[in-house]
Design a protein around this ligand. Structure first.
Ligand SMILES: [Zn+2]
Ligand SMILES: [Zn+2]
Length: 140
């Protein structure tokens, strides 16, 4: 994502709401977005040209952003139906180490389970990033 795309996303922050799961009975309008998760899609052909690249952009509120940056929570997010679920690592049966697990298909959309991807916010090119978080760092 280039700087102009980021700026236009940030300009729309005021109208955006968090698209992550806050539990039953909650409304997205109650959770104004303060940042975006950006996940680049696509693959590299012969290590040079990027093919069919697009980006998944998910608005997140302050609480969700905080949880994504801490070590206690792992977010499970389904590409197919955009449903999400938080896992509290100390109580989880599995040993989660990543901040986000991306699912292709989940019980909500009943799509055939097509794989699992994971990401951490480690600042590498091509990794998932937080737009406003990075913008703040660039300005410093
Ligand atoms: Zn949220
Ligand atoms: Zn799903």
């Amino acid at each position: 994502m280039n700087a102009i795309d980021k700026l236009s996303l940030l300009a729309e922050l005021g109208q955006a709401h968090c698209e992550l799961n806050h539990g039953p009975g909650t409304k997205a309008e109650d959770w104004p977005a303060v940042d975006y998760i950006v996940l680049p899609f696509g693959y590299h052909e012969s290590g040079i040209a990027e093919v069919s690249a697009r980006e998944l952009v998910i608005p997140v509120c302050g609480e969700c952003r905080q949880a994504l940056l801490e070590e206690e929570w792992t977010l499970l997010y389904c590409f197919e139906c955009a449903s999400s679920q938080w896992v509290y690592r100390p109580l989880a049966k599995n040993n989660y180490r990543h901040h986000i697990l991306w699912l292709r298909g989940c019980p909500h959309c009943a799509n055939e389970f097509g794989g699992l991807y994971f990401n951490d916010f480690n600042g590498l090119a091509g990794e998932v990033e937080l737009v406003a978080g990075l913008a703040a760092k660039d300005a410093a």
